[in-house]
Design a protein around this ligand. Structure first.
Ligand code: NAD
Length: 285
């Protein structure tokens, strides 16, 4: 009979990362006479984005990072938004640029985010940074996958040699997650909507990252005894409660380690964004 899983506390580890960032920000301030700076660009007023933007700004404030708010009306033209990105690229007080997605219809998110200087791409989404990660020489790393790796390290989960299954293959989570795990020495399978037998891919995994955005997609009984389970998904269930992609109540009885939703990967993502901002600021010097 399996013992209960260790619940990985993303809030606590996120707070530890943020405390490191705060120390580094203070040292940066002492050395350079200014705080590291993060520009947060929000176009239009997507209500769920506004919540994220607010917590990113608050996170900056607490960590001693200057946050530059750029709240742009949804009517902005492609040329105006590109001009803003170029202006932020050239601004020496701005070390990191965050373009909150999704952008309003009519704006090509790829075109806009590709215009961000890769050295200021603290989201780690720029093809240059994805390419560096693919080539085993990471630059700025996508925050959510990087947060999963940091959490695994904090809980002493040795990734080398593990059989890892990533459920989800998006550019911002699934794909870079697979590259991070590969970099860490795991043997990686990536699942997506075309995967024929998701169950068997999950069943043989020592480590599962669920990032499909489908509540209950990963069934608890699929989890291998003792596996590490990272649930990236954020969904609202029928009762309006936030839940992940993993059937938590069953999975927790089989897993060795598991992240809750909320309080698992979410707080890690913001912490890694702040950490990336310090990395960008320090590298620019
Ligand atoms: P996405 O919709 O861009 O990608 C979803 C991926 O899952 C796709 O590759 C798709 O092929 C795959 N998928 C969907 N249904 C599937 C199925 N039935 N079987 C196998 N694969 C399936 O989403 P995303 O932006 O990558 O985000 C994924 C989830 O993670 C969402 O719930 C999102 O809210 C959440 N998220 C959380 C954080 C965090 O900080 N915790 C950060 C980013 C995203």
């Amino acid at each position: 009979m399996a013992t209960a899983a260790i619940i990985m506390d993303g809030k606590a580890v996120g707070a530890k990362v943020r405390a490191e960032v705060k120390r580094r920000a203070a040292a940066f301030m002492a050395a350079h006479g200014r705080a590291p700076g993060l520009a947060v660009v929000q176009v239009g007023e997507d209500p769920s984005s506004s919540g994220y933007v607010l917590s990113k700004r608050k996170g900056c404030e607490e960590a001693g990072i200057a946050s530059f708010a750029n709240d742009i009306p949804a009517s902005v033209t492609r040329a105006e938004l590109l001009a803003l990105v170029h202006q932020l690229n050239d601004n020496p007080l701005v070390d990191g640029i965050l373009m909150q997605l999704p952008l309003p219809a009519g704006l090509d998110a790829n075109e806009i985010t590709d215009a961000i200087d890769p050295k200021k791409d603290v989201d780690g989404f720029h093809p240059h940074n994805t390419g560096l990660l693919a080539q085993k020489r990471p630059g700025l790393r996508p925050c959510t996958p990087y947060g999963v790796i940091r959490l695994a390290q904090e809980y002493g989960i040795k990734l080398k040699g593990l059989r890892a299954t990533v459920v989800g293959a998006s550019n911002i989570v699934g794909r870079p997650m697979a590259l991070e795990l590969l970099l860490a020495g795991a043997t990686v399978t990536i699942c997506h909507t075309g995967t024929r037998d998701l169950r068997s891919e999950v069943e043989r995994a020592d480590l599962v990252v669920a990032a499909a955005g489908r509540a209950g997609l990963v069934r608890g009984e699929w989890i291998r005894e003792g596996a590490a389970v990272f649930d990236v998904g954020i969904n609202r269930n029928a009762e309006g409660r936030l839940v992940g992609d993993v059937d938590y109540d069953v999975a927790i009885r089989r897993a060795g380690w598991i992240t809750p939703v909320p309080g698992g990967i979410g707080p890690m993502t913001i912490a890694m964004l702040l950490s990336n901002t310090l990395d960008a600021a320090t590298a620019a010097k």
